[in-house]
Design a binder for this molecule. Structure first.
Ligand SMILES: Nc1ncnc2c1ncn2[C@@H]1O[C@H](COP(=O)(O)OP(=O)(O)OP(=O)(O)O)[C@@H](O)[C@H]1O
Length: 265
C-alpha cells in the first residue's frame, strides 16, 4: 500500500515539465478538448483516465504535436515544455518528437531488425559518432527497455518476430534511444497479456527515475499501480487533477467519483 502523504510530498517537489493553458482541440466542428489547463511534473508518472471518447488520447497527442498529422484537427491555447512554446513556428516537430517520445497502444516495430529498430532514431538525429558508439546506444536503450537479455543474441532478427510484450518493450527501447525527456504512452498495455503488462508496468516505474511519463489508460487499477498523479477527463473537460491517492480515495468532483466507482464509464 502506498503512503499517500509521502507520494504527495514526492511529486510536489518535482519541477513542472509541461504547462498547458487554455488548450482547445477541434476536429472540424467537434470540440474535443475544452479549455484544459494542467501542469505536468518532471520525473513523475501522470495517468490520464476517463470514459471512452472523453479526449485523453487527443490531449496526449497535443503534447508532441502528433495532432499536426490529422488534417481536420485544430489546436488553440499554449503548451510549454521547459518554458518553451512547442507550437512556436521555430519549433521543428521532428526534433520535438525526439524529445517527447511516444509509445502506442499496439506495438508497432518497424519491419527491420531489432538492432535497426533502436538504431534508426539515433542515426537520423546524429547521436552516434561511430559504429561502436551506436552499438552502445542500442545496448543501453534495450537495457532501459528491460529487453536486452532476451534479445542480445539475436539483434539482427526481425523485431516483428518477437512476442507482443517483447515488441512493446522494444518500442519503449526505441523511444528512449533518442534520449527523450518525456515519454507519452497511449494505452501501452491494452494489447498485452497480464505477464507482459506486469513487465511493462515495472518498466514504467523505473522510467520515472529519468523521465516525465504520461500514460493514457482505461484501467483504473493500472493508473493506481503506476502513477503518482492522475487527471480525470470527461466530455473533453479536465474535471479533476491531483495525486493518484487523492483522486482514487477522496475525489472532489462528483463526476470523478461516479467514474471511479463504476457508475459512469
Ligand atoms: N482522428 C480523428 N479525427 C476526427 N475526430 C477524432 C479523431 N480522433 C479522435 N476524434 C474525436 O475526438 C473525441 C475524443 O477522442 P479521443 O480518442 O481523444 O478520446 P479517448 O478518451 O482517448 O477515447 P478512447 O478511450 O476510446 O480511446 C471523440 O469525439 C473522437 O471521435
Amino acid at each position: 500500500m502506498k503512503d499517500g502523504r509521502l507520494e504527495e510530498r514526492d511529486t510536489t517537489m518535482q519541477d513542472t515539465k509541461i504547462k498547458a493553458s487554455n488548450v482547445q482541440v477541434y476536429y472540424g466542428d467537434n470540440h474535443a478538448i475544452k479549455d484544459v489547463d494542467v501542469e505536468i511534473k518532471d520525473k513523475t508518472v501522470t495517468a490520464f483516465i476517463g470514459p471512452s471518447g472523453c479526449g485523453k488520447s487527443t490531449f496526449l497527442r497535443c503534447l508532441n504535436r502528433m495532432n499536426d498529422t490529422i488534417d481536420v484537427a485544430r489546436i488553440e491555447g499554449k503548451i510549454l515544455i521547459d518554458d518553451e512554446d512547442i507550437y512556436d513556428r521555430k519549433v521543428d516537430p521532428v526534433q520535438l518528437r525526439a524529445k517527447v517520445g511516444m509509445v502506442f497502444q499496439k506495438p508497432n516495430p518497424f519491419p527491420k531488425s531489432i538492432y535497426d529498430n533502436v538504431a534508426y532514431g539515433p542515426k537520423i538525429h546524429g547521436l552516434a559518432k561511430n559504429k561502436a558508439d551506436l552499438d552502445d546506444i542500442v545496448e543501453n536503450a534495450l537495457r532501459r527497455g528491460a529487453i536486452w537479455d532476451e534479445v542480445k543474441d539475436r539483434l539482427h532478427a526481425p523485431g516483428t518476430g518477437l512476442s507482443g510484450g517483447q515488441q512493446q518493450r522494444l518500442c519503449i527501447a526505441r523511444a528512449v534511444a533518442t534520449e527523450p525527456e518525456i515519454l507519452l504512452m497511449d494505452e501501452p498495455c491494452s494489447a498485452l497479456d497480464p505477464i507482459a503488462t506486469d513487465q511493462v508496468e515495472n518498466l514504467i516505474h523505473e522510467l520515472r527515475e529519468n523521465y516525465s511519463v504520461v500514460i493514457v489508460t482505461h484501467s483504473m487499477q493500472q493508473a493506481a499501480r503506476v502513477s503518482q498523479k492522475t487527471a480525470f477527463f470527461h466530455l473533453g473537460n479536465l474535471v479533476e487533477y491531483g495525486t493518484t491517492d487523492q483522486i482514487f480515495q477522496n475525489p472532489h468532483d462528483s463526476r470523478t467519483e461516479s467514474y471511479i466507482t463504476g457508475r459512469i464509464g
